[in-house]
Design a protein around this ligand. Structure first.
Ligand SMILES: [Zn+2]
Length: 331
């Protein structure tokens, strides 16, 4: 990484507060710079990497990454905290939903990427091998693109290695989630999110999700900020007691995408975080004269993870997702 400090910053790698920009070494990414804030304590300790803005409209998580920069004091911490507030730089001021406009790929579904791949693939590879290579934990914060409403949830990856999985679950439980989603080992076989790609490298990463419709919301921002501070406490970066969770943090282990049965306007009768029973009506699809075209029925018993809020949907588009509660205390 080629790093440039702002004038009011300490030198990169020294104790103190670093603020600046950097370029990745990979030439495929040479056109762009990324903002970087890194806070380093005098005492050695773990390295925590935090990012937001893989999806640029998920603004509560981006705002959390900005507020966190002022909440770590180099005099009162061990190790280092490194923050990239907006990963998807090509999408800044373009408001793309989900994708990176350079290659049309969803960065969040592209990890671990490839050094010689497309822009998003090279970016995912560079995030893991250049910036977060030495991280003891990587947290990628998300929450609520322009047409989405979310429950509060965290995602971690299970590998089948009990010690690793218990550690990853403990990190995910640091957030005051309604739902903690444990991806099964079968996810390890395909490209995907940072928790999956990092697990392949025996590195713990989690995704955190809170937000809706591209709106700044103080409760959503606090979910991310408080959760990251709790992870820093768990790792020993901060020496202060963790906050008390208010939510159940229900552990779930399967992720079901519910599609629209026909073209039309979806009118939901359930909201994220609520329990639903298999066979229950989740909403209806209506045409532009108000006539009901179809009922949307829950394919399984579980919790609503998130739903699309814009009613207009084509047949086969995702309306919402349901997660099923885990049978056992995973891992
Ligand atoms: Zn996202």
């Amino acid at each position: 990484m080629k790093i440039t400090a702002l004038t009011n910053s300490c030198a990169y790698g020294e104790k103190g507060l670093f603020r600046g920009t950097f370029r990745f070494d990979n030439e495929i990414l040479a056109e762009y710079t990324w903002p970087l804030c890194e806070i380093r304590g005098e005492k050695p300790g773990p390295r925590l990497c935090i990012s937001a803005g893989v999806h640029v409209n998920e603004v509560s998580s981006i705002e959390a990454s900005i507020r966190l920069q002022k909440l770590f004091d180099p005099e009162k911490m061990s190790g280092s905290v490194s923050i990239i507030p907006v990963i998807n730089q090509p999408a800044v001021y373009k408001y793309n939903e989900y994708i990176c406009p350079v290659d049309g790929k969803n960065i969040n579904h592209t990890f671990p990427g490839r050094r010689d791949g497309t822009f998003s693939e090279a970016l995912c590879d560079a995030i893991l091998t250049e910036w977060a290579a030495e991280a003891d934990c990587y947290i990628d914060m998300h929450g609520g693109d322009l047409k989405e409403r979310l429950s509060w949830f965290t995602i971690f990856q299970r590998t089948g290695d009990n010690d690793f999985d218990v550690g990853a679950q403990k990190i995910a439980m640091c957030f005051d989630s309604e739902i903690v989603l444990a991806l099964g080992p079968e996810y390890m076989q395909k490209p995907g999110r940072p928790p999956t790609a990092c697990a392949l490298r025996k590195q713990v990463a989690i995704m955190t999700e809170a937000g809706s419709n591209g709106l700044l919301n103080e409760d959503d921002i606090s979910f991310h900020v408080d959760g990251v501070l709790n992870v820093a406490r768990l790792l020993g970066i901060l020496d202060s007691p963790p906050s008390t969770p208010m939510n159940a943090r229900t552990l779930c282990d399967s992720y079901i995408w519910v599609e629209s049965p026909c073209d039309g306007d979806f009118h939901a009768e359930v909201e994220p975080g609520s329990n639903v029973e298999q066979g229950q009506r989740l909403g209806v699809i209506r045409d532009t004269f108000g006539k009901v075209l179809a009922d949307v029925i829950a394919p399984a018993t579980g919790l609503i993870l998130w739903r699309i809020t814009h009613p207009s949907l084509r047949k086969g588009d995702t309306l919402l997702t349901i997660v099923e509660e885990a049978d056992t205390e995973l891992p």
